[in-house]
Ligand binder design. Structure first.
Ligand SMILES: Nc1ncnc2c1ncn2[C@@H]1O[C@H](COP(=O)(O)OP(=O)(O)OP(=O)(O)O)[C@@H](O)[C@H]1O
Ligand SMILES: [Mg+2]
Length: 238
């Protein structure tokens, strides 16, 4: 099979009956989910609904979830969090290269920084970066690993509105160029619709709504209402 065809047919992530409880309280209640390779998916849900728990499980960061169901994920996974998690004692390029070796690593690191608009800041310290720049460095650090799956847990949650809009464009552009599967956790319905091709709503430990987004801008208002309704917001509060 040609690699391209294979990419379209084989899911990158497959969950069957994934369950996670904390102290007898069930947070993920038998989740079944397939994420096709190369798809950009957003995950919405109330605070405490289990979004980060699901993301951590898929990232392989939750060892106790194993055995609760079936979980298949690619080998090369990168995770981006709300804070950049750059090491303050390493310069930006060294943060991007952390844990990488091979003679090409530095060149790739420099290229990744250029892709996120940080060319020239390779030798800066993390403390010298703005919040948006630090998140861009975090994106470069994940990109340089050429992930098959990019997991992002509210990566823009701490940024101001204008920086957020710029980051949306950058993330979508990077996704179009590299085509990893993306699972983006967000609180923000509009962010989900702008960025993703598919939006999931997590409620009571299950996927309550699974919405495919046709990127035709005319339908956006309708998606917004459906997603807000799934999140229990029925009045127009704007
Ligand atoms: N390590 C843990 N020990 C005990 N309870 C936990 C643990 N991790 C998560 N929980 C609980 O599981 C529930 C889901 O948490 P999670 O962080 O996944 O929510 P979330 O949807 O990401 O919320 P938010 O939008 O606020 O980030 C919460 O009630 C939380 O208290
Ligand atoms: Mg969370």
């Amino acid at each position: 099979m040609a690699p391209h065809t294979e990419q379209l047919t084989r899911p990158a992530v497959q969950l069957r009956g994934l369950t996670r409880s904390f102290g007898g309280r069930t947070v993920l209640d038998g989740i079944d989910l397939d994420l096709p390779a190369g798809q950009f998916t957003a995950l919405l849900g109330h605070s405490g609904s289990g979004k980060s728990t699901l993301l951590r499980a898929v990232a392989g960061l939750d060892h106790e979830v194993a055995g609760s169901g079936q979980l298949t994920a690619p080998g090369r996974v990168s995770v981006v969090f709300q804070d950049s998690r750059l090491l303050p004692w390493r310069r930006v390029l060294d943060n991007v290269l952390l844990g990488l070796d091979g003679k090409d690593a530095e060149r790739k690191g420099r290229e990744a920084l250029e892709e996120v608009g940080l060319k020239g800041r390779e030798r800066a310290w993390p403390s010298e970066l703005s919040g948006g720049e630090a998140q861009r460095a975090a994106l470069a650090r994940s990109l340089v690993r050429e992930p098959e799956l990019l997991l992002a847990d509210e990566p823009f949650g701490a940024l101001d509105a204008l920086t957020r809009i710029k980051m949306h464009a950058l993330l979508r552009e990077l996704w179009e160029r590299h085509r990893p599967s993306v699972l983006l956790v967000t609180h923000d319905v509009d962010e989900a619709i702008v960025l993703a091709d598919r939006v999931l709503v997590l409620e009571q430990g299950r996927i309550g709504l699974d919405l495919t987004i046709d990127r035709d801008a005319r339908a956006r208002g309708e998606y917004r209402l459906r997603l807000l309704a799934a999140l229990g917001v029925t009045e127009d509060v704007r």
